[in-house]
Design a protein around this ligand. Structure first.
Ligand code: SF4
Length: 346
């Protein structure tokens, strides 16, 4: 059950817009916010912090400046551009969506909620961001930052993972959006900006906040009590053996056939059972090898934690494709889980 509230959300619009005009950060995606650029930045920002996203964004836009370029990009190049961001399915979906925009909409993003939502990988939040920031529509984009601000100002103790609460807040915001135009873009970004820079998850800077006199959580002296989050589930732990196999011709990299990261490149790996690493190498078809050393790594996915043992192996031959160190650095995309095993090696 969610708790509704009668908070007067219309009160926040004017002070937020004023504050945003004076305090907004100069971010690369705020220059020339076309639908394509807004979309790319918002997907990246769902995966990494603003500071890290800047570099990825500029590199991506320089390689693929238009939706047509993204639609036509060769897969390995696309994955390489996404390397380090994780959630590779997102960039694959972006390419599927780009192809639809090019083929069905002649390269022009559709403007309606329904058409945008039909594009692969574009959810409620991204639809709102594109429509309000690029098309200046009265379309809320409510991400974690925005939910935090809204649940604090209204001191609403509903669980923010509840779809009904999200829908409730979205509806409340929708009603108070400025008239269609550039202020819609500013209002969306002002809410995001306040959550990212002032109303932070812990230790919010209430003294700097333009909403401090309108904030019920502050009035109650209980800002850390909001937002109410769902209980965290423990991650499943998997023991994974990874093999860094160096042959005279290069380093072994293969495509993953199943499980998490399916279809991505990997250093050959197996879920570790009772078998010794020598037995696993033989089972994979590697012969005449020597295990030189091993190192431990961990990698955290959304629901799984990998406890990895990387074995550094020299072999005369191996049954997998091999690449030079330069190819691995420059051309081959390797998920972060495996990339850490390369430290000091390539
Ligand atoms: S007063 Fe504090 S808790 Fe309330 S919205 Fe501002 S920063 Fe967040």
């Amino acid at each position: 059950m969610i708790r509704t509230d009668e908070y007067g959300y219309e009160k926040i619009v004017a002070p937020l817009l004023l504050w945003y005009g004076e305090n907004k950060r100069d971010l690369p995606w705020r220059h020339d916010p076309t639908p394509y650029r807004v979309w790319v930045s918002e997907i990246m920002l769902q995966q990494t912090r603003v500071e890290a996203a800047k570099e990825y964004y500029l590199r991506f836009l320089s390689a693929l400046p238009t939706v047509q370029d993204l639609a036509a990009c060769e897969e390995e190049k696309l994955l390489k551009l996404w390397e380090g961001l994780g959630y590779y399915s997102r960039v694959r979906n972006m390419q599927k969506a780009a192809k639809i925009v090019v083929e069905k909409y002649q390269g022009n993003f559709p403007q309606t909620e329904k058409e945008l939502k039909n594009l692969p990988g574009i959810g409620d939040y991204t639809v709102g961001a594109i429509r309000s920031i690029a098309f200046h529509k009265r379309a809320p984009a409510v991400d974690g930052n925005v939910f935090r601000v809204l649940s604090r100002i209204s001191a609403n103790a509903s669980d923010i993972s509840e779809p009904a609460y999200r829908a409730f807040l979205k509806e409340k915001l929708q009603k108070v959006y400025p008239e269609e135009g550039v202020r819609c873009s500013d209002f969306t970004q002002a809410l995001m900006e306040l959550g990212a820079t002032v109303c932070k998850p812990s230790s919010p800077d209430c003294a700097l906040c333009p909403l401090q006199n309108l904030c019920k959580a502050k009035e109650e002296g209980a800002v850390e009590k909001y937002p109410v989050l769902p209980e965290k589930k423990a991650k499943r732990v998997e023991q994974v053996a990874v093999f860094f196999i160096r042959t005279p011709k290069g380093i072994a990299v293969r495509k993953r056939e199943g499980g998490i990261l399916k279809g991505m490149n990997e250093l050959p790996s197996m879920i570790a059972g009772e078998s010794a690493p020598q037995e696993m190498l033989l089972a994979m078809g590697v012969k005449e090898f020597e295990i030189e050393r091993e190192r431990k790594f961990t990698h955290i996915f959304t629901h799984i934690k990998w406890e990895m043992t990387c074995y550094y192996v020299s072999a005369l031959t191996c049954p997998f494709p091999v690449y030079t160190a330069e190819q691995i650095r420059e051309e081959i995309s390797l998920p972060t889980a495996f990339k850490q095993c390369l430290e000091g090696e390539v």
